[in-house]
Design a protein around this ligand. Structure first.
Ligand code: ATP
Ligand code: MG
Length: 499
């Protein structure tokens, strides 16, 4: 006869009661100084019989400085197999991935994985915050980690090949599912708790590509080659003893495609973009902390560097405006005072680019853009910091051809193209303006009228330039006339004086 469920329960109950009783006796009568020895030996005893090893992977590593990439990678790896093993699943942020729903293990769930016939167990663990106070911000002492459990005898295989296998596979899945992200820095008064990130991000979906970027083909080729070389340069950078990063300085007048070029680079390299807004950063220290929280395979962009640094521009303008607010309430005024005092300095930025801290994380491109390259401090843009200087210039004939192909699907037109070629040789027009002229303004407008529009604009521009040159010439001759008449009258005076 089998034993009934009820009987099992009653037996289990009495066993539990006995354990509780023994524990209570132990707690009450065992002398505390002996208890320590007892626990030590039972621990040794149990490890003798407990044949498993556990490894923990924490979400935050390095004194909470950084979200661990290893943790994220393992999580990705596990999410690909957890759907089968775990019974409680968690749906992850959907918008970051190309797959509509990313499932992963929920807290305190366990899954079994197998590698070369060896069984391992993974569990997701969560230690809630100790502080009980209710807060809008996530608690900073909350801890999450993944635990890997395996048999002692497999120690070597697991710690070398298996973990490497997990990381490689996790990375491969990440790259496959990857959508580029565009990050902007959060003002530091929002950096509460360890969970709130220093960077906000959205999905980066700029359609710019090198193929659609209008510039001289040789120049474009050169940039692409440089990027390819950089991407494959891991060993090379290690060999020459340099951090694996590269700086580009993009300069040129507004509307020549600097920002477009950044997007094209991001798409080409498949890197995330960190758009760094220097004006909201309080000091060099904050800048450093932002840098630490960026990931590898990324582009760090500082647009209009001449305006955002203390060298010129924006900050000064801001100060002047503030001086008008004399009647401001005292708290706000103190805050503003604080804002004025703290700032990122040139040396802080230089450290950010190539100081010791810049070596954390690899495969990174730093891009500065400016309209006025002459305004920048030479220290900032010397080679080694900004390795490659790229001038984005006015639209030439080759660049126009790319735009015509993009906007109108036209390769050549024997009536209009030669005219445009001649005019572009004489007139400076930005690719943005050329593009605007080429864009059909209504659905009925055909490509010929678009090309005519461009020619018309170029001719108007040419006329303007000619008129201005004429005016300048006239003024110059007037000046000359004046000087001549002055000289004459001086001479007359002098002659009159001597006679
Ligand atoms: N070289 C180019 N190739 C293709 N499109 C271009 C190019 N330059 C400009 N454009 C077009 O003009 C628009 C403005 O260009 P973009 O924002 O890249 O200029 P910019 O150099 O960054 O200007 P600013 O100095 O004002 O920031 C873009 O949306 C793009 O469509
Ligand atoms: Mg721009």
């Amino acid at each position: 006869m089998g034993i009934g469920i009820g009987e099992i329960w009653s037996q289990l109950g009495s066993i539990m009661a006995s354990i509780m009783f023994v524990y209570a006796m132990f707690d009450k009568f065992f002398p505390p100084h002996l208890r320590r020895y007892f626990l030590k030996y039972t621990n040794k005893f149990s490890t003798l019989f407990y044949p498993y090893i556990q490894i923990k992977f924490h979400e935050l590593s390095g004194e909470k400085l950084k979200h661990s990439e290893t943790y994220k990678t393992i999580q990705t790896y596990l999410s690909s197999s957890s759907s089968e093993g775990a019974t409680k699943l968690k749906a992850e942020v959907v918008k970051d991935s190309q797959t509509p729903l990313v499932l992963s293990m929920d807290d305190n769930q366990e899954i079994v994985d197998e590698f070369n016939g060896i069984k391992v167990w993974w569990s997701a663990n969560h230690i809630p915050s100790i502080s009980q106070s209710f807060s809008y911000y996530p608690a900073s002492d909350e801890k999450r980690f993944l635990t890997l459990t395996f048999h002692k005898r497999n120690r070597d295989v697991i710690t070398t090949s298996y973990i490497q296998h997990v990381l490689e596979k996790g990375k491969a899945i990440t790259t496959k599912n990857r959508q580029l992200k565009l990050y902007t820095n959060n003002p530091s008064n929002n950096w509460w708790g360890s969970k709130t990130s220093k960077w906000n991000h959205t999905i980066f979906e700029h359609p710019a590509r090198f193929e659609t970027l209008a510039m001289e083909p040789e120049k474009k080729e050169e940039i692409i080659n440089d990027l390819v070389k950089f991407k494959r340069g891991k060993e090379y950078y290690a060999k020459i003893g340099k951090a694996w990063k590269r700086g580009y300085l993009l300069f040129g007048p507004p509307g020549t495609g600097k920002s477009t070029m950044i997007s094209a680079i991001a798409n080409f390299m498949n890197y995330d973009v960190y758009d760094l807004e220097l004006t909201t950063i309080k000091d060099n220290n904050e800048l450093k902390r932002l840098l630490i929280d960026t990931s590898s395979k990324s582009i760090i962009v500082i647009e209009d560097i001449d305006c955002s640094l203390d060298l010129t521009g924006q900050r000064k303008e801001k100060k002047e405006k503030d001086e008008n607010d004399e009647k401001m309430d005292p708290i706000k005024k103190a805050e503003k005072e604080e804002e004025k005092k703290s700032k990122v300095t040139l040396s802080g930025l230089l450290n950010f680019i190539d100081g010791i801290w810049s070596a954390c994380g690899a495969e990174r491109i730093i891009i500065f853009t400016t309209n006025f390259v002459d305004k920048l401090d030479p220290a900032l843009i010397r080679r080694g910091r900004m390795d490659k200087h790229i001038e984005m210039s006015y639209c030439g004939y080759q660049a126009f051809k790319v735009l015509a192909r993009n906007y109108l699907d036209v390769e050549f037109h024997d009536e209009f193209f030669p005219v445009i070629q001649k005019l572009l040789g004489e007139i400076n027009m930005t690719p943005a303006d050329v593009a605007e002229n080429l864009m059909p303004k209504s659905i009925t407008e055909d490509f010929e009228s678009c090309l005519k529009n461009l020619i018309q604009s170029l001719e108007i521009e040419k006329k303007k330039v000619q008129d201005e040159a004429e005016k300048d010439k006239q003024e110059l001759s007037k000046e000359k006339e004046k000087v001549k008449t002055n000289e004459k009258s001086e001479q007359v005076k002098e002659n009159g004086f001597t006679h």
